[in-house]
Every structure is written in structure tokens, then in C-alpha cells.
Design a protein around this ligand. Sequence first.
Ligand code: PLP
Length: 389
Amino acid sequence: MTDRTYLDWNATAPLRESAREAVIAGLALVGNPSSVHREGRAARQVIEQARAEVAALVGADQRNVVFTSGGTEANALALSPAIEVAGDKAPCDRLLVSAIEHPSVLAGGRFARPAIASIGVDPDGVVDLDALERELAKGQRALVSLMLANNETGVVQPAAAAAEIVHRHGGLLHVDAVQAAGRIPIDIKALGADLLTLSAHKLGGPKGVGALIRRDEAIHIADPLIRGGGQERGSRAGTENVSGIMGFGAAAAAARAGLAAERSHMLALRERLETGLRALTPDAVIFGAKSERLPNTTLVALRGLKAETLVIAFDLEGVALSSGAACSSGKVAPSHVLAAMGVEPALARGAIRVSLGPTTTSAEVDCFLEIWRKLVETLSVSEKRGLAA
Ligand code: PLP
């Protein structure tokens, strides 16, 4: 990988060294964490250590962390009409989600389609809190799911203000903090989120492990997704992914210890990147630029250029990045995030996402800019030729 420049950290982050060591140590553990013998207790102990590390990353109590197979499962677990608070069994009748959520939230969990409503965002990519309040004022008890930061634009959402509105109307708030964790400080209590989702692989842990975190013990999801042996206090059955959880714990500890330094490092590089983009291509549009954004994310488009072409061309030049559009089953679909922001489809089709990490270097940013300069020249010429033909 040494000749490669990896600028796709929002898709997944490279494993941190301490997480790699923890995963390997975990693979050597023999016991099942549910067993009462010494081997079992040793496996239980490392899981509880990791639980404490993950809880500390978001200011939560260790007892309130439920390990899952990733962010997708944690989101699916959270989106339930049967969330009890202090024993109150009144169900949530509706699910309100912002229009820019990850597909695992847009899928709606255990809510029936007609019970789900979408809340729009403004052209800068920020959720419309007035629209949220109007929906909540309709009266039925709602669970609201709002991401802390968007995976495509990096735009940070006003989750604490949303929590205040949601609670005033007797609702509950779930916050998908998968992209925000390790990049901006998170305190579940200060945010006022009732439930919060994390994923290990976005902060330098292994893929396939995540967590759903409750603000306090009074919150209880009465219909867990996976039932069986009663692991995770009945919230998620199945023998725990011991080595994955250990890697998650190590990554969370490293992310928390390094947060301030990593954040300013990434922010300085993003400034360098965006200053360079604006100098080379003054017409380039950086989405959400007027909003508070994650320190590591730039979603940019230049009219007339197609994202698929750029992503492939960058890959051939040794640079890994993403298009802003979702690509599944070989089809590139226009970004629902940019559509919700009202970006015209012709411009949205050109959006590429450059996402940086704590080990990204200024040389890598300069390498991106140099290739961007070359590609914009050659692709624009061929585009014009195509139009003339
Ligand atoms: N939520 C957001 C905002 C994400 O960006 C992602 C992954 O891209 C997920 C949830 C899903 O997490 P995982 O890949 O762990 O299932």
C-alpha cells in the first residue's frame, strides 16, 4: 500500500496499531465469555475493559453499552417502537428521520412504512428543526433519528437542539454518531441523545463490530433484534466477538487520547486541500462549506465532470476516494443527500468525497491536488470534444 494514497476514511479507516494488537491478543483467548471457568472469566474481563473504553469515548456509563455487529445493526436495534423509559410501555407511534440519514436508518428498523416520515435539510445540509417541530406537534409519540455528522458532506447536525425539541414533545432521540466519533468530541448526556450508535471501523477499529449506547439505564428496548442466550443483558444474543470488541476498545481509547491533536491535524489538511481546490478550480463547489463540518471531509464537484470517471482516474493514479453517490449492485445512484440539499442532478453527479484521517500527510493532499489539476485539464478537454462531436 505504500505507493497508494488513501483518502477514503469515511468509508473505512485503516486499523490503528493498538487495535491490531488487541485483535490478535483476542484471537488467542480460548474462553467463551459466558463460561464460569477461568478461561471464560478472562474473556469476560477483556470485553468489560473494552466496554469501559467505548463508553468513555462518548461520556456514557459502561453498563449502557450494547455491542453489535456494526453501525448498521446498532441502528436497526435502535429503531423500535417498543422503547420503554423508566418502565413506561407507551409505544412510539412514529419514526421521524432526517432525509440525509444512512440507508440503515432510512430503512426504518421495526417501524411500518406508513409510520415513517422524513425531515428535510436546508441547502447547506443542516436538518430543518422547524420542520421537525411541526411533525412532532402532530401529537403522536415519536422516535427521532438524526445523525451527528453526515457521511457524504461531513455536515454536523444540531443534535442537542433537536434533543431539546424532541423531549419537549415527549419523544425520544436516537443519534447515529458513526462518522462523528473520534473526529469531534461527543458526550451522550450533553447531547441529550437517548440512544447513540457507534461503529468500530470508522475510528480505526476492526470491521464488523459496533455499539448501541443508552443515555441511562431507564431506557430499555423491549424487542431486541436477536434473541437467544441472553448475552449483552438480553439486548443482543450471540457469543460475543471477543477479538473484534477488544479491537474496538483499543481504537476507542486511542481515538479519545488523540482526539484534540488528530482533529487539528485533519482540519489543517482539509484547509490545505480546500484552499488548493479553490485556487486550481474556482468554479468547484464544496458542499456544506458554510456549515460546521467534520474536520476531515470534503465533498466537491466541478460542473461537467462525472464522479465515476474521476474516481476511476484517481484510482489509476494511486489515489483511493469515493463518489458522493451510493454505489451498490454495480449501479451508481444519485446521492440522496445532495438531492435533499436541492443540488441539481447534473452537478450532484460529479461529486467526489475526499476524507482524511489522523495519519494523512500534507504530501498526500498535495498529490491529490496535482492529480486533480491534471485530470480537470484532460477531462474538461475531452468533455468539450464530446459536446462538439
Ligand atoms: N451510519 C453511518 C453514518 C455510516 O456512515 C455508516 C457506514 O458507512 C453506518 C451507519 C454503518 O456502519 P457499519 O459499516 O458499521 O455497518
